[in-house]
Design a protein around this ligand. Structure first.
Ligand SMILES: [Zn+2]
Length: 308
């Protein structure tokens, strides 16, 4: 996947992707970095039919859709509008409302902004599949709900959901992040989360809660006795910084989120967090331009609707 420079300003972005042609070229370069090849006969000679977002092979006449498997497939909206919306959603870290998007893009219809935003955010809400590794901090936090009064210890607050998180420690910095909403503080929930989120053999730092005890089987588990809950941020600083950013984001942008929607926001945060240093990668992911090497997406490229 090529990673061209990412424009620093919306103004610069609009210049770079001013017309449909610019967007089309970017799309093609993102999907076929080595240049287009016909999936049927491997010929590199093809006509482009930009208006229908198709390549037509000069040897076998096979038509291949450029947008199949991406968020842009069969859209009636201009590519440049999608691109602009994806840029704003990528760069505006605290998140965007449909109304803000409508204003920024100068759209007459609120519904258009709503649809754009909905689809772009859905692209963020797929859980990350691979496991993080190395030295990892793990802990849980109570989040969401309306009443934000803190309670210590492991007591369950019925207003709140339990979030468990794992983050890679890279010196002072944090590496990749995984988060999940879990039903309780049992070993099934907590150690179970670690097993799906963290590579076996990693060094896992937790507090001394028994829910983590079974981790010693597959990990270098280093439980630390935290004592008072307020000490946790000192012993596990990376994951606690993430929790507190998440809570601020939920409160500030979304004014509290109920249990039903929380998992979606958790996935969105993880998406943003893991791509905070690589905005171009985030932008391409939002448009669905990554992962075309995966069999399912690859198949979609040659789906029946691309012929005839
Ligand atoms: Zn061909």
């Amino acid at each position: 996947m090529p990673r061209p420079g990412f424009p620093r300003t919306f103004e610069g972005f609009r210049r770079q992707f001013a017309g449909e042609e610019d967007c089309w070229l970017f799309l093609v370069e993102s999907r076929w970095p080595e240049g287009f090849r016909c999936p049927a006969c491997s010929s590199g000679e093809a006509w482009t039919l930009p208006r229908r977002a198709l390549f037509e092979c000069r040897s076998c006449r096979r038509q291949t859709s450029v947008t199949a498997g991406t968020i842009l497939h069969r859209t009636r909206l201009p590519l440049s509008l999608w691109f602009a919306a994806a840029y704003l959603v990528t760069t505006h870290t605290p998140g965007f409302s449909a109304l803000q998007l409508q204003r920024q893009l100068g759209l007459t219809r609120y519904e258009t902004a709503f649809v754009l935003l909905h689809k772009l955010r859905r692209a963020m809400r797929r859980p990350e599949r691979d496991r993080i590794a190395g030295t990892v901090e793990v802990d849980e936090a109570h989040v969401g709900g309306v009443d934000s009064r803190q309670r210590g210890g492991r007591q369950r607050d019925s207003n709140k959901s339990i979030m468990v998180g794992a983050v890679e420690v890279k010196g002072q910095r944090s590496g990749r992040l995984r988060l999940a909403v879990v039903p309780d503080l049992s070993a099934d929930s907590l150690a179970g989360f670690v097993q799906t989120a963290v590579e076996p053999g990693s060094i896992v730092l937790t507090d001394a809660w028994q829910g983590y005890a079974s981790l010693r089987k597959a990990y270098h588990h280093r439980p630390v006795t935290v004592g008072k809950p307020t000490n946790a941020s000192k012993h596990l600083p990376h994951i606690h910084r993430t929790f507190s950013n998440f809570k601020t984001w939920l409160k500030g942008t979304h004014h509290g989120v109920g249990p039903k929607h929380l998992p979606s926001y958790v996935d969105e945060l993880v998406f943003r967090f893991n791509r905070r240093q690589t905005p171009m990668a985030a932008f391409q992911s939002l448009l669905g331009l990554t992962g075309q090497h995966q069999p399912t997406t690859y198949k979609m490229l040659y789906a029946p609707e691309t012929t005839g």
